[in-house]
Design a protein. Structure first.
Length: 429
């Protein structure tokens, strides 16, 4: 609920951004950049960035000076730097650059360049990539990159900047990456997000919360594409094969009984897959890895056919602890009443890396009875953790191969209406 309320608040601020007037702009800027420094979920950070871009367009001097102070810091978190780079990219190379810089001699140009330039050496690929884009745009506005006088033996400040620009301009990988990034910033539309129609058109996640495409994810995909294009031929055979499987999703041997013409798309995928000749042992190894990568937990233990159903548990710390326990004991799935809790900070801090290794599903209490009967029809035995006259001791229970372990409410246990779907109850000694 806290995450949902915070998201709604920033969505409302996006709608109200046009009402940020000159007299309150400095106070708003201080608060928004402070909020940006906290660890936040991607969708929430997205709306903060949109609000900041809109306010910077309206008050470029106030928000611009605050931005320069923040990007010049040496201690921001990786999340914070990512947001600063996204805002800087939009205001410097994107469609809103004319709103930020008054002219090519605007003093903010040199200040922004001085703040961004050190991030060329960032350990975070995302921030480093956007810093390259910004420096490529700003350096020609500060020095004459075509002046050959800087090529002499005497190294001056301008010559250093020209050398950096020359590398960014002429290196094939830098050029390829820059062109892909530019497309993202050219199409970044904050005006749409700051309208009611635009907000309501944003896709939602499984918890029915807004789930916009964050530029961090988009640029990461871009970096992956550039890396593949540059290093595809140098990759080992098994890696080439795995990439092809991922692109084609599922690759099957052609069936001689099928129509030889087939589907044009399937033919294209098959041609792409067969373009590289792969040894059969490498193919078998990659296919096995691709199909079984989700069958093991973080410790390398094979997951059991055990589904832990916590639809009756409503406290977030308890759900987070269950997620961690399920991962340790190699359970296959954890069922929760609301998947939205995965985004809450207390859940993430307690569950640690379990969220990356265990499958999680949502089933609300109202749908639980029908879900239990559905699992029973799929061959699962329903085992309830409840003290009854016929309960077996946990240490003496031999669990069936396919088991759903139903947990009760924190105080009341399993309500009577769900016990009718339970095959066996167990109790903790």
């Amino acid at each position: 609920e806290e995450y949902a309320r915070t998201t709604r608040a920033w969505q409302a601020l996006c709608l109200l951004s046009r009402f940020v007037t000159e007299d309150i702009a400095e106070d708003v800027a201080a608060k928004v950049f402070l909020a940006m420094s906290f660890n936040l979920h991607g969708p929430l950070r997205y709306f903060i960035e949109v609000f900041t871009i809109q306010c910077t367009r309206k008050h470029p001097s106030i928000f611009g000076n605050m931005y320069i102070q923040e990007v010049s810091r040496t201690d921001p978190s990786l999340q914070h730097v990512s947001s600063l780079m996204i805002i800087g990219g939009n205001m410097t190379v994107g469609r809103y650059s004319s709103d930020f810089f008054n002219s090519s001699t605007d003093p903010k140009i040199k200040d922004v360049l001085c703040g961004v330039l050190p991030w060329l050496s960032s350990t975070q690929g995302f921030s480093r990539a956007i810093a390259q884009l910004l420096c490529h745009k700003l350096i020609p506005l500060v020095v004459d990159v075509n002046d050959n006088a800087y090529s002499g033996s005497e190294v001056k400040d301008d010559a250093v900047l020209c050398s950096v620009y020359s590398f960014l301009e002429n290196n094939p990988d830098m050029s390829r990456l820059r062109k892909k990034q530019q497309l993202f910033f050219d199409t970044y539309d904050v005006d749409s997000v700051c309208s009611l129609e635009g907000l309501l058109s944003i896709p939602v996640d499984e918890g029915e919360e807004a789930n916009p495409m964050h530029m961090v994810d988009a640029i990461k995909d871009c970096l992956t594409e550039v890396y593949k294009e540059a290093h595809n031929e140098d990759a080992p055979i098994w890696k080439q094969m795995e990439d092809l499987l991922l692109e084609a999703d599922v690759v099957k041997q052609p069936d001689a009984s099928n129509d030889v013409t087939g589907d044009v798309q399937n033919e294209t995928e098959l041609v792409n897959f067969q373009r590289k000749i792969l040894p059969i042992d490498a193919l078998d190894l990659g296919l096995k890895s691709f199909q079984e990568q989700k069958l093991f937990n973080a410790a390398g233990k094979k997951k059991q056919h055990l589904i832990v159903c916590a639809s009756l548990v409503d406290k977030v710390p308890n759900l987070a602890g269950l997620a961690r326990t399920c991962e340790i004991f190699s359970a296959r799935t954890l069922v929760m009443p609301n998947l939205l809790v995965k985004k809450q900070d207390d859940f993430k801090s307690i569950s640690a890396s379990a969220n990356d290794w265990i499958d999680m599903e949502e089933c609300k209490e109202d749908d639980l009875l029908s879900w239990l009967y559905k699992k029973r029809s799929e061959g699962y035995s329903i085992v309830g953790l409840e003290q009854t006259a016929s309960s077996k001791c946990l240490t003496k229970m031999e669990f069936p191969e396919k088991t759903v372990l139903l947990l009760g409410k924190e105080k009341e246990g399993i309500p009577i209406e769900f016990l009718s779907a339970v095959d066996q109850c167990i109790e903790i000694p």
